[in-house]
Design a protein around this ligand. Structure first.
Ligand SMILES: [Zn+2]
Length: 173
């Protein structure tokens, strides 16, 4: 677990997001989240003075844990960057409402059995995907902003009222 966390962190630091994405946020990166299943929320300055803040990443991973099993898994810092850029583009300071963050293999298998929309090998299991909505922002606007970034996968779920974003290959559904 420790090794995996380290490699995720290094991966995020080495690759990072294209700088223009952060042109309007030069000083730090802050993310506000509320987990709709647990009611837990946080506002974390997870990037400061040119580096990711380990304590903040730990706190975020806890809020985004698999609420069904309680398992905590590191979250890809680039996914957090993606959300930060999104809220910047949409000019909102509201908290992302999180429907699903990390999913353990057990939970994913259960959800897959119930719904064809859940992949067998989901990026949620790697801490690289999140299902969110933003209060005050049309779901289609959130989807379009995510697509415009061209940074990973974007899934649109109007019936369930969320948008899935991930840091995998660029694709849409
Ligand atoms: Zn998802």
């Amino acid at each position: 677990m420790q090794l995996r966390r380290r490699s995720l962190l290094l991966g995020g630091l080495a690759a990072g997001l294209p700088l223009p994405a952060f042109a309007n946020a030069p000083t730090g990166r802050e993310l506000a989240l509320v987990n709709l299943h647990t009611g837990e929320s946080l506002k974390a300055a997870y990037w400061e003075a040119g580096a990711y803040v380990p304590d903040a990443l730990t706190a975020i991973a806890k809020v985004l844990r698999d609420h069904r099993t309680g398992q905590v898994h590191p979250i890809d810092p680039q996914l957090l960057d993606l959300l930060t850029v999104l809220s910047g583009r949409l000019e909102t300071k509201k908290s992302f409402q999180v429907i699903s963050g990390y999913r353990s293999p057990q939970t994913n298998a259960k959800l897959h059995a119930k719904s064809a929309g859940v992949a067998t090998r989901s990026l949620h299991m790697d801490g690289k995907a999140i299902d969110v909505r933003l209060p005050g922002v049309q779901l289609a606007s959130l989807r379009d902003a995510a697509l415009a970034l061209g940074l990973g996968g974007v899934g649109f779920y109007p019936r369930e009222q969320f948008v899935h974003v991930d840091t995998g290959p660029v694709r849409r559904w």
